[in-house]
Design a binder for this molecule. Sequence first.
Ligand SMILES: [Zn+2]
Length: 427
Amino acid sequence: MSFIPKDLTQEKLNTIQLQGLQWTTAHAYNNSPFYRKKFQDAGLKPENIRSLSDLEHLPFTDKEDLQSGYPFPLRSVPFEQIVRIHASSGTTGKRKVLCYTQKDIDTWANLFARCYEIAGLSREDRVQIAVGYGLWTAGAGFQNGCERFGAMSVPLGPANADMHCDMMADMETTVFCATASMALLMAEEIQKRGLLSKIKVKKIIMGAERHSEAMRKRIRELMNVEHIFDIYGLTELYGPGTGLDCEFHNGIHFWADHFIFEIIDPITLKPVPPGTSGELVVTTLCKEASPLIRYRTHDVTRIIDAPCACGVPFPRHDRIVGRTDDMFIYRAVNIYPSQIDHVLSRIEGVGSEFQIHLKQREDGRDMMIIRVERGIKAGPADDAYLAEKVATEIRRKILVRSQVEIVSYGDLPRTERKSRRVFDDRK
Ligand SMILES: [Zn+2]
């Protein structure tokens, strides 16, 4: 059984997208006072949506809309049709609560099953799920998707390392689903306990947080797995499972028959040229309880506009490189700290900590100083060479000039979770 339509053509996709867009706009307009007002303020009616290009006339939806509509924002069906809610942690302000009809739950399971299919699982696989269950979407998503797909789920949630190690060995788990930091923790535990010969995990599906290439490499080596897959998704979009990268690991295939993905410039709010990085904006095509119309994810990625060698007929987007909130503009280029991080992660001899200082020169020109820690084993003798190398790579990859200062390992402050990276002293 396959969850991925094999005969999907661009033409078919366009038809599905237009029908879905028309259905969603009419559904939202007729059943949600929030959306109706939004449409009215924009002077639009659902019947104005005649082609896919009309999408860009529709107003955006943003996280503030979800917060101000608390507790049931965007709700577009009567309560009797709602069978579940999920919520995402509100780091600022109220939680974002999203409603689900039974059809929404089913759709989500089918889409998630596609992810397992793309990852090359079979029904013989045993899937150990280490992500959080409960109000969060992660556990429910991995679980329902696994059951729908037909593999055996081993639902542990985050649990502790002892339990994960025991179950992984005893249940002969073949697929491990976790956040990147959890996967790394487990990989290190397995190594420390000398369990590798007892472990049968061949694939890891990782989601929910950004992680560096170095981290993936370390997990792959420690656990001796064949593949690490990246899953994408947000609570607002059912949850995880809107797409997965295939075995070629060259972008995340996303379900364009259920979502329209647009990439916009977060400043001008206009679509960017094809293939350019920008903010991902999503419109759902058949979501009932909490439909999304041009929802600004604030995640930064780009669409990869080329067929994939794997033959899956779904388009791809690149790995998420950052959040628009972290973006800064330097000499007319939009830059995300994660792009700098990415460049640094590929240079031997530099550490992972860095700071970006933006200043204004006397002549009014902007300048960027990047302070980078030396790697733990490197000495100051190589500093000049390293600084030159970093500056060259940044010029090559991000197309801007910078001044690089190498500092000792441990010199830059470490803070919990998110270090402050950008110090902007420009006027
Ligand atoms: Zn592919």
